[in-house]
Design a protein around this ligand. Structure first.
Ligand code: NDP
Length: 395
């Protein structure tokens, strides 16, 4: 049984904290620290093991380190924003504690999604005998683990991977994002990018799309986007010729996004307003619905998974591994919508893998570098069952 410290008290943290509380054989006590302590207290009240709360500015590694020193957790689970990743990793290094997150570091002034900054911590974590596990949500996270599982059980070489992320849910709002609006909009408005024949190829934002037929949901227009797991999978999967990432968007969402972009509301550079600098995208976040508040009344399902094509013993093999998650069921279980749920549960399982030493190493790791089997087993137990089937359509 171990103490963990969780940083951030948003939609994902709400799920991870409660799920840790449902596994008292692994998690004995939690310190939940965030910018707004009242949000930590709300989550604590729903959690079944003792949760202490604190206020922290996680941009400050010394504040993070001071809390760690005081509480002495075995692991810090970072569920704040990608901007805080490096400061929290520094706090862990200062105090000799392991680290886990669900999204790679981004500088505030540039929407740049790459692991370089965090991979650069490899030597420091290895020297300190510590482990950092990066990107342990659903995508990145479970999608990477599906790839590792396919590589281990179905293929000698995987040549083609297409990751499909569909949210066919309805929250009844004209425009809202399912996780932090600032991070979400930065990600979606960047140029598309995929990897083919040894090089990265770019496309205009959301310019490439087609109808993919999602199991139980049906055909949905799916848009090619860059997503961070592509970068580590290109390094860690054998025989890859092409890897792409696709996400569904409704027309209503895209129309709102286009208008917001056209009027400058998605800009991330500061503008002067009444003598004060403001960042338009941060202001937009303040007026959009809190993703956590979408959970009540959210209907429909998500379907996220990977389609693989490759070879085993000289024969062509095509498979599809995916999960279907129901928004309303997530609300009944932990007051969350499915996007927070599908991210928060893998973060809890990743923490479990580290605390039980099922996954162990010195340095900085992406999840596909470990044995996928124990993680896949836990997904079935903790609410994210998966289907592994043949797949024969041409992509
Ligand atoms: P939210 O915006 O709901 O929550 C973020 C939390 O971090 C808030 O409680 C916020 O505080 C807190 N926070 C922000 N800045 C600081 C700071 N400087 N110090 C301390 N706390 C801070 O986001 P989500 O819960 O939706 O997402 C959490 C993370 O999960 C993000 O990094 C996101 O990118 C990632 N994610 C990953 C996915 C995956 O599949 N891998 C999918 C979805 C999300 P306050 O409450 O005061 O605003």
């Amino acid at each position: 049984m171990s103490k963990v410290m969780i940083i951030g008290a948003g939609g994902v943290s709400n799920v991870t904290t409660q799920k840790c509380g449902l596994n008292p054989d692994v998690f004995s006590e939690i310190l939940l620290a965030s910018r707004t302590e009242s949000k930590c207290k709300e989550i604590a009240a729903r959690t079944k093991i003792p949760v202490h709360t604190a206020k922290v500015d996680a941009d400050d590694a010394n504040e993070v380190a001071a809390l760690i020193k005081d509480f002495k957790p075995k692991l810090v689970i970072n569920l704040a924003l990608p901007y805080q990743d490096l400061a929290i990793m520094d706090g862990c290094l200062k105090t000799g504690v392991d680290y886990l997150d669900t999204a790679n570091y981004e500088p505030k002034d540039e929407a740049k999604f790459c692991y370089k900054w965090q991979w650069d911590y490899q030597e420091r974590f290895a020297k300190a005998g510590l482990m950092a596990l990066l990107g342990c949500g659903f995508d990145p996270g479970v999608t990477n683990i599906y790839c590792a599982y396919a590589q281990k059980h179905h293929y000698d070489e995987i040549n083609y991977i297409d990751i499909f992320d569909c949210n066919a849910g309805s929250h009844g709002k004209a425009f809202a994002t399912n996780f932090n609006p600032e991070i979400n909009i930065r990600e979606i408005t960047q140029r598309g990018k995929f990897w083919e024949d040894g090089q990265w190829k770019e496309t205009d934002p959301l310019s490439v799309h087609f109808d993919f037929d999602y199991p139980t949901i049906g055909p949905k227009d799916s848009y090619l986007m860059y997503h961070e797991e592509l970068e580590s999978l290109v390094k860690n999967i054998n025989g890859l010729k092409r890897i792409r990432f696709w996400m569904t968007f409704g027309q209503e969402y895209l129309t709102h996004l286009r208008v917001l972009q056209n009027v400058g509301m998605t800009r991330i550079d500061p503008v002067m307003y009444e003598g004060k600098e403001i960042v338009p995208l941060q202001f937009l976040k303040a007026v959009l619905p809190d993703p956590g508040s979408l959970a009540e009344g959210y209907t429909g399902k998500t379907c996220i998974g990977c389609v693989f094509k490759g070879k085993k013993a000289g024969k062509d093999v095509s498979r599809y591994i995916y999960n279907i998650c129901d928004h309303a069921q997530c609300h009944t279980e932990v007051h969350a919508q499915a996007i927070s749920y599908t991210t928060g549960v893998p973060a809890m399982i990743g923490a479990m893998m580290m605390l039980k030493n099922t996954w162990r190493g010195k340095g900085v790791f992406n999840v596909e570098q470990f044995n996928p089997d124990p993680f896949m087993e836990q997904l079935n137990i903790h609410g994210l069952p998966w289907i592994d089937t043949e797949y024969h359509a041409t992509l």
